[in-house]
Structure formats: structure tokens, C-alpha cells
Design a binder for this molecule. Structure first.
Ligand SMILES: Cc1ncc(C[n+]2csc(CCOP(=O)(O)OP(=O)(O)O)c2C)c(N)n1
Ligand SMILES: [Mg+2]
Length: 594
């Protein structure tokens, strides 16, 4: 059979290094699906339950491997479903190529079935590159552009492919006028600022007495360099959520997470530092950074658009984190006074002690922090842990100790619900020999986690290590929202909006051939994790937890406390539990038991 446009597309993507694509079929991509089958496994097709999951899996693939994630969806509804997953990648600066089907060229703009103006629809999410193919000769440069721009600029790109075009015989560009002759290939080289800029940065860092570092996803491959710089500067290191795996939590001056779901040690460091070194982070909540004017700032980022955006930095270094830190290191003077770092080590020790103590506070029936604490004590080497958007992300940030060679992620800037199960699946495909654990709220389980367990059931036998554990935090509440309403708006929990049905997640898992256990007593948490970690198949833990253990920010302000009390007075349906739990938690954090 003569090579079709579709056969060419997969061959070209294979030449770019693509080995896997996440997607769901339809007549808008009929030709592409047929041709993908003809690659006979050279490129794997992972069938999801919903195209949004394909977008999230492509995003997670990029997050965990650094390679371009690829997803595919059919015209109209499939393309529309894909969007949220692509926005996750866009907002977290992940390289993703989306191939999207379209109705036949002759039908476009003809009120035809599934004829949606896809170019307009994808214009924002794929603002770096979106194009519709009209002739076979155009396809090579569209695929090359989409892939190269995604990879080089860490962007989402999109090629829209009418279904009739997909079936045409492939025609290479000729030597005629207006033909493009593009080629495959691009490998990034590290970008390092020049010597003069590095010296300016070193001068700022050398003159400071209390240096605070904040590292994000850009520093994930720069662990040793971050630690070496912090050692020399006598600094502490706080981590933005996407950078949680950048520095192991057993490094004594690693103050842990920052922000609303961060630690008190990180907040204290930022409140008292005189110098800020920010590396590869777009952490958005500026109220958790030093006050403008309080500190002299140096920032390292590979995107000029992220430099100097959160804090008025004195030196903005455009460069890759690891290479730039390594180049900076010889210019830094070792701080002789270690007092500041020692203070931070002590504050960090206290933070972990408090996290432990608050996790052990009794709750009705189970304290969700204890669920994550008990996991932390059992995390196998090389684990990948992902958390959904909701209170699970808070316990992930505060209660989980990462060691070296672990990985983790969340939907950072988009903070979309429903990311954790597809992220976990993508992690299993990228690293079939690593144990993968997803921390998922019951709202997210009901939104899409349960249906994506079907994908787990479909594929798990392909994985060398079958362990994929989904911990469903069954609190029968959209708890994060209930607490936002109480603390930020002063409104009581509204059951019509936030209460959720109790669903037997573990029973459902067993019904579809996975392992499962429901846990209703604190003493059973540890053994349940042990069982799941020893299981010979993916496992769902249905942890029945207390919705009234709230994600209290590290520094609760007077206004937040007043709002909270107002919400209770306004008739919160859970007044006793909420008050008692919060009071208990604050008590435990102010007077840690030793
Ligand atoms: C797609 C989407 N819809 C709504 C929200 C707003 N939101 C953020 S957290 C949250 C509640 C999550 O509830 P659940 O999954 O049960 O986790 P919990 O907070 O109870 O642990 C909601 C609705 C969101 N982030 N994403
Ligand atoms: Mg919930």
C-alpha cells in the first residue's frame, strides 16, 4: 500500500523519537488511527477513557521524562475534551504536541457534523504553534514545527488534520515556488549566562547574611548543584510544589514546601531573609516571598518571561538551573557565620515534629494527615507520588518526606481536579519498574478517577512492577472548597454544593480486577499501606477520613481567623467537628508534644 499522509506523520514522529501516544479514536482521525496500527507497535497507543485524560497524560509524560508528550483526539467533541489537559501542560510549561482531527476540507465552515472552528479553539492553548494542514506537501514542516517548538520552547503545539487529507497518498514537497523543506532534529544545549552577569549575581549573594533559596520544577535535575550552593551560602532551601522532588527532605536545611500549603519553616525563612535566590520557579503567591525591599534578589530561569515577575530582582539570570548554579558556585564565598542556617535547621526540625504531632491528633474517624504520614514512613525507593487538587495536595506538600531519586508532581498552575490518576498512569508507562502512588480526593475520584481506573485495569499487566496505588481520600466533602469558603470568604460550608456521596471505591476496584481495601480505623492505616505496597496488582485504598481536619495556612492571619469564626456563627453544618478539629490542630502546632 502506498504511503498515506497518516503513515508519513507517524514515521516522522518516530524519527523525532516518539514512542507513545495517548488518545481516543473517532472518524476525525480515522486515517491516523489506521496508520498507527500499521506501525505495529513502533509507537504505542494508550487508550484513555476521556480525551482530557490523554492531555493530562501527555503533560505528565513531559513532567516526568522531560520529553515531549503526544496526544491525539478526534474532531469536535474529542478536540474539545482535550483542552483542559493541554492547559495543564501550558500553565506548567510542559512540551506537548496535540494531533487533532477535523472534518473533510470540503466540509469546513459548512455547518457540517462535528465541524468546530478548531484553529480558533486551540489558538490560546497552543499559542506557540497551531496550524491546519491543507495539502500533503505541507505536512512535513507542520509536524517538524510542532515538535521542535514544543521541545525547544517547552510549549503546547497543535496540528489540525482534516480526515480526507489523512488518507491521501503522501507527496513530498517539490522544488517549486512556495515549498518548505524542513528536517527533523533538535537537542537542547544548556544555556549559561555570561561571566559578568554571574559575577553580579555572586556579588549580591556574597554580600547577604541570611540567604533564602526557593527552587521549583526547573531545579528538578539540579539537586546536587542546589545543595552545594546552599551549603556554601549557609542558606535554607524552600520548595515550590512542582519542585518538591528537587531537594530531598532529609537535607537538614531544606525547609520544605512554601505557600498556603507550605511549612512554617519556609514562611519564617522568607520573613527574615535578607537575600533571595529563586531557581526555576514560577511560584505565584508573592505574599509568601520577602516583602519588596526586604531582600536583594537573584533569579535563575530559562524563560525570560518568568524573570523578575514575582519579586523585583536585582540580577535576572537567563539560563538552565543546573548549568547556571554550577557556573555560579566557584564565584561564591563560603559564609563563615553558619548561625542563620542553623536557625533554619532547627525551624525545619520543629516543622517536621509539628507535622507528625498534628497528623497524630485524633479525628473522626481518621485524620487525613496521618494517612499521608504513614505512607511517608513506608515510601519505597524510587517511588513516584502524585497528588490531586484538593486537600491531598496540602498533605502531599507538608506530610510527605521525599528522599533522593523519588519523583512527584501535581497540576501546579492550573490546579485542575482529576489530574492524579492520569498522572499516575503516565508515570507507570514512563517508568514501569517504579512504584507509583496517587493521592486523590473523593471529588476527583468521582469526577474522573474511577473511570480512569478502567484504564489501569486494561494496562497494568504490561508493567514490570504492577504497583500503582490510588489512595482515595473519602471525606464525603469537597473539603478544600469548604475550607476556602470558611477561611477566605467567611461563609459556612454549603452542603448542596460541597457534600459528596460515599462511594465504595475499594469495592469498585475489586469489581474490575484490581485490589482494594476500605480503612475506617486509624490503627488500620499502616497495615493497609503495607498490603497495597505488597500487592501483586494495582490497589485502591478507600480511606474514610474526617472532612473537618482543615488545611490551615502556615501563618493564619487575624482576618482568616475572624472569617473562620464568622463562618461557624453563620451556621456551618459541621460546627462542632470543625471547631474542635481546628482548635486541636492549632493547639498541637503551638504546643508540640515531645
Ligand atoms: C476541574 C476543577 N473543578 C473545580 C475545582 C475547584 N476545586 C479545587 S479543590 C476542590 C475540591 C476537591 O475535592 P476532593 O477531590 O474531594 O478533595 P478534598 O479537598 O475533599 O480532599 C474543588 C472543587 C478545580 N480545582 N478543578
Ligand atoms: Mg473530598
Amino acid at each position: 500500500m502506498a504511503e498515506t499522509v497518516s503513515d508519513f506523520i507517524w514515521a516522522r514522529l518516530q524519527a523525532w523519537g516518539v514512542r507513545r501516544v495517548f488518545g481516543y479514536p473517532g472518524d476525525g482521525i480515522g486515517g491516523l488511527i489506521g496508520a498507527l496500527a500499521r506501525t505495529q507497535g513502533e509507537i504505542d497507543f494508550v487508550q484513555v477513557r476521556h480525551e482530557e485524560m490523554a492531555g493530562l497524560m501527555a503533560s505528565a509524560t513531559a513532567k516526568f521524562t522531560g520529553e515531549v508528550g503526544v496526544c491525539i483526539a478526534t474532531s469536535g467533541p474529542g478536540a474539545i475534551h482535550l483542552l483542559n489537559g493541554l492547559y495543564d501542560a501550558k500553565l506548567d510549561h510542559q512540551p506537548v504536541v496535540a494531533l487533532v482531527g477535523q472534518q473533510a476540507r470540503s466540509a469546513i465552515a459548512g455547518h457540517f457534523q462535528q465541524d468546530v472552528d478548531l484553529h480558533s479553539l486551540f489558538k490560546d492553548v497552543a499559542s506557540a504553534f497551531v496550524a491546519t494542514a491543507f495539502t500533503p506537501e505541507q505536512v512535513p514542516h507542520l509536524i517538524d514545527q510542532a515538535y521542535r517548538i514544543a521541545k525547544a520552547d517547552r510549549k503546547v503545539t497543535c496540528v489540525i488534520l482534516p480526515n480526507d487529507l489523512q488518507l491521501l497518498p503522501m507527496k513530498q514537497p517539490t522544488q517549486d515556488h512556495a515549498m518548505m523543506h524542513s528536517g527533523v532534529g533538535y537537542n537542547p544545549s544548556p544555556i549559561i549566562p555570561d561571566r559578568a552577569e554571574l559575577q553580579r549575581a555572586a556579588d549580591v549573594l556574597n554580600s547577604g547574611g541570611k540567604v533564602a533559596m526557593l527552587v521549583g520544577a526547573g531545579a528538578l535535575d539540579a539537586t546536587d548543584a542546589v545543595i552545594a550552593v546552599a551549603e556554601k551560602l549557609g542558606a535554607g532551601v524552600a520548595k515550590a510544589l512542582l519542585g518538591k522532588a528537587a531537594v530531598p527532605d532529609d537535607v537538614p536545611f531544606c525547609t520544605g514546601s512554601i505557600g498556603l500549603l507550605g511549612t512554617k519553616a519556609s514562611a519564617t525563612m522568607m520573613d527574615n531573609c535578607d537575600t533571595l535566590l529563586m531557581v526555576g520557579s514560577g511560584f505565584p503567591y508573592t505574599e509568601f516571598l520577602p516583602k519588596p525591599g526586604q531582600a536583594r534578589g537573584v533569579q535563575i530561569d530559562i524563560s525570560a518571561g518568568m524573570l523578575g515577575l514575582r519579586y523585583p530582582m536585582e540580577v535576572n539570570l537567563l539560563g538552565h538551573a543546573r548549568a547556571t548554579l554550577e557556573a555560579l558556585l566557584p564565584l561564591l564565598k563560603r559564609k563563615e557565620d553558619r548561625g542563620w542556617q542553623e536557625q533554619l535547621v532547627e525551624a525545619t526540625r520543629e516543622t517536621w515534629q509539628q507535622a507528625h504531632d498534628t497528623a497524630m491528633v485524633e479525628a473522626e474517624p481518621i485524620n487525613p494527615q496521618r494517612v499521608v504520614h504513614e505512607l511517608s514512613e513506608r515510601l519505597p525507593d524510587r517511588s513516584v507520588v502524585v497528588a490531586d487538587s484538593g486537600t491531598t495536595s496540602v498533605w502531599y506538600a507538608r506530610n510527605l518526606k521525599f528522599r533522593r531519586d523519588m519523583m512527584g508532581s501535581v497540576s501546579g498552575m492550573l490546579a485542575t481536579m482529576g489530574c492524579a490518576v492520569p498522572y499516575a498512569i503516565a508515570a507507570k508507562f514512563a517508568y514501569p519498574d517504579r512504584p507509583v502512588i496517587a493521592l486523590v480526593g473523593d471529588g476527583a475520584m468521582q469526577m474522573n478517577g474511577m473511570s480512569e481506573l478502567v484504564t489501569v485495569a486494561k494496562y497494568w499487566k504490561l508493567w514490570a512492577d504492577p504497583r500503582l496505588i490510588v489512595m482515595a481520600l473519602n471525606n464525603r466533602d469537597l473539603a478544600y472548597v469548604s475550607w476556602e469558603e470558611r477561611i477566605q470568604a467567611g461563609d459556612p460550608k454549603w452542603e448542596a454544593s460541597q457534600s459528596l456521596p460515599d462511594v465504595p471505591y475499594a469495592d469498585f476496584a475489586r469489581l474490575i480486577g484490581l485490589g482494594g481495601r476500605r480503612v475506617e480505623r486509624p490503627d488500620d492505616i499502616g497495615p493497609a499501606w503495607d498490603e497495597a505496597l505488597a500487592a501483586d496488582r494495582p490497589f485502591v485504598l478507600d480511606m474514610v477520613t474526617d472532612p473537618n481536619v482543615g488545611p490551615i495556612p502556615p501563618h493564619i492571619t487575624f482576618k482568616q481567623a475572624r472569617n473562620f469564626m464568622g463562618a461557624i456563627v453563620e451556621g456551618d453544618p459541621e460546627p462542632r467537628g470543625a471547631i474542635i478539629q481546628t482548635a486541636r490542630e492549632l493547639a498541637a502546632s503551638f504546643w508540640p508534644k515531645r
